[in-house]
Design a protein around this ligand. Structure first.
Ligand SMILES: Nc1ncnc2c1ncn2[C@@H]1O[C@H](COP(=O)(O)OP(=O)(O)OP(=O)(O)O)[C@@H](O)[C@H]1O
Length: 270
């Protein structure tokens, strides 16, 4: 059988007091997947395990059939990029920050970026709408602008697999759609494989082919948005009732939250 593009096998990692365990996950080349789940369920921990920021306790991860541990850092950075929740905002210009995405392609004694590196960085800065800030310091950007610069840097890395931890958490609605549309376009046109942690279940439903739902350090279920975003599953995992409907334009599931206020008003109107 042909190995999948990215394969996580019986994986476990964690910290004292929290263990993520028994994770099995396969991503096909060119897939667009979302990891969802309540706060503290282990989504970021999985990314930390994948990038070896924390030690693996059990299991293995394969990228294009090769154990991720066997990749050199440079080789891995050419294949896989990650956008974390926290952008390091040193005293560095936005342009230099994004250009760091080209470092995995520099040869040993290359101290300056090439014309090609600058062109790529400018292209992705434009696509993420941060080009106008290129001469500012990263510390002078807003949270959403920093998040877009981090995405620009990861795209400048031109990876085959892009991992994003809550890429839209600081973005206004225009930029949420703009960034997700951009990722979708790169996914469709260039075969970029995307795996993102996302809290907004409606955006997850709209953009992802596959959803992976985490709960209490385990993978609770995975499947298409239609299979995962059901009333029963959401109530069981998030412990809150929701209303589920289908978006008439995209035919994807849409979730409406049910508040106490809404329940009371519903009662009064009956
Ligand atoms: N450095 C750490 N040391 C010890 N425990 C940690 C550490 N980082 C996270 N945890 C714990 O691990 C658990 C999972 O955290 P994680 O950040 O993976 O959750 P998450 O699903 O990404 O949550 P959120 O949706 O809030 O971002 C939490 O209970 C958290 O308190």
């Amino acid at each position: 059988m042909k190995p999948s593009f990215f394969h996580i096998e019986n994986f476990s990692c964690g910290y004292p007091g929290f263990k993520l365990s028994g994770i099995n996950l396969s991503l096909e080349k060119g897939s667009f997947s979302g990891i969802i789940g309540p706060n503290g369920s282990g989504k970021t921990t999985l990314f930390r395990g994948i990038t070896s920021s924390i030690a693996t306790l059990e299991g293995r991860i394969f990228l294009k059939g090769k154990d991720l541990q066997l990749f050199s850092l440079k080789e891995r950075a050419r294949k896989m990029a990650i956008v974390t929740q926290f952008t390091d905002t040193d005293q560095i210009s936005v342009e230099d920050y994004v250009l760091m995405g080209r470092m995995p392609y520099h040869h040993r004694f290359q101290f300056f970026e090439s014309k090609n590196d600058v062109e790529k960085a400018h292209k992705y800065m434009q696509l993420t709408d941060v080009f106008k800030h290129k001469d500012k310091l990263m510390t002078e950007l807003s949270g959403g602008e920093q998040q877009r610069a981090a995405i620009a840097r990861a795209l400048t890395q031109e990876p085959e697999l892009l991992l994003l931890d809550e890429p839209t958490s600081h973005l206004d609605i225009t930029h949420q759609v703009r960034i997700l549309d951009l990722l979708h376009r790169l996914n469709q046109e260039m075969g970029l494989t995307v795996l993102m942690v996302i809290h907004d279940l409606n955006l997850a439903s709209e953009y992802c082919d596959q959803l992976v739902l985490f709960n209490e350090g385990r993978l609770f279920t995975q499947g298409t948005p239609e299979e995962v975003l059901t009333f029963d599953t959401i109530e069981k995992v998030y412990k809150t009732p929701v209303i589920t409907r289908t978006n008439p334009y995209s035919n994807k599931p849409v979730i409406f939250l049910v508040s106490e206020k809404m329940m009371k008003q519903g009662g009064e109107n009956r």
